[in-house]
Design a protein around this ligand. Structure first.
Ligand code: ITT
Length: 208
């Protein structure tokens, strides 16, 4: 069978691929690079699940194939769960202007957390993954939604060059290294995305 990864974030693709491959499934994994006309989805929903479903559904309808979408982000306790669903666009125009959106986003979080002591620097990464599966004779794809969480703490200075987004300022609970200092394999083994994907894989083997 074939599935399409419904993401325009090129850093998510290898993480999604690696975990799906690790399950030993014989699926052909396509990306949106093969579907340049796929509709651009505006993330209008207030929840990760809502946005993941929007993205998966749009690509399933466009391609006629099962589509997997990830909506994810960093939720900071001291910021009442923000940036949350806004994680990719937290720095707004500032990030667009500097060209390095990931760096602008994490700098803004560090600024907002500047005077916050260690014991109040708790945060978590959340990933919600939706799969939409086209159904014969119906305009509505079938949907499955799974999630994963990684608890941790925010540093005051970025460390490490792996991963993407907020990885350089996030230290998982029980670790000394940031997720940007972990190898891809180490990150996938514990990450919100890895957890969600392994849950999804189980589900997919029942429905695909
Ligand atoms: P798609 O919607 O096309 O998949 P996107 O990057 O816009 O790409 P999201 O709306 O889900 O995706 O935003 C996710 C953001 O959350 C991402 O850009 C990072 O800033 C942050 N994030 C999510 N997972 C992360 C991870 O594993 N490590 C670091 N930051 C992460």
């Amino acid at each position: 069978s074939t599935i399409v990864l419904a993401t325009r974030n090129t850093k998510k693709v290898p993480e999604l691929r690696a975990v799906l491959a690790e399950q030993g499934r014989t699926v052909e994994i396509r990306t949106l690079a093969e579907y340049p006309d796929a509709p651009e989805v505006v993330e209008t929903e207030p929840t990760f699940a809502g946005n993941a479903r929007l993205k998966a559904r749009a690509v399933a309808v466009h391609t006629g194939l099962p589509a997997v979408a990830d909506d994810s982000g960093l939720c900071v306790d001291e910021l009442n769960g923000m940036p949350g669903v806004l994680s990719a666009r937290w720095s707004g125009q500032l990030g667009a202007a500097t060209g390095d959106i990931d760096d602008a986003n994490l700098r803004l979080v560090l600024d907002q957390m500047a005077d916050v002591p260690g014991e109040r620097r708790g945060a978590r990464f959340v990933a919600v993954i939706a799969v939409a599966i086209p159904q014969e004779g119906s305009a509505d794809p079938a949907e499955h939604v799974v999630d994963g969480t990684l608890e941790g703490q925010l540093l005051t200075e970025p460390r490490g060059a792996n991963g993407f987004g907020y990885d350089p300022i996030f230290v998982p609970a029980g670790e000394n290294r940031t997720t940007a200092e972990l190898s891809a394999t180490e990150k996938n083994a514990i990450s919100h995305r890895g957890i969600a994907l392994r849950r999804l894989s189980k589900r997919l083997s029942e429905v695909l």
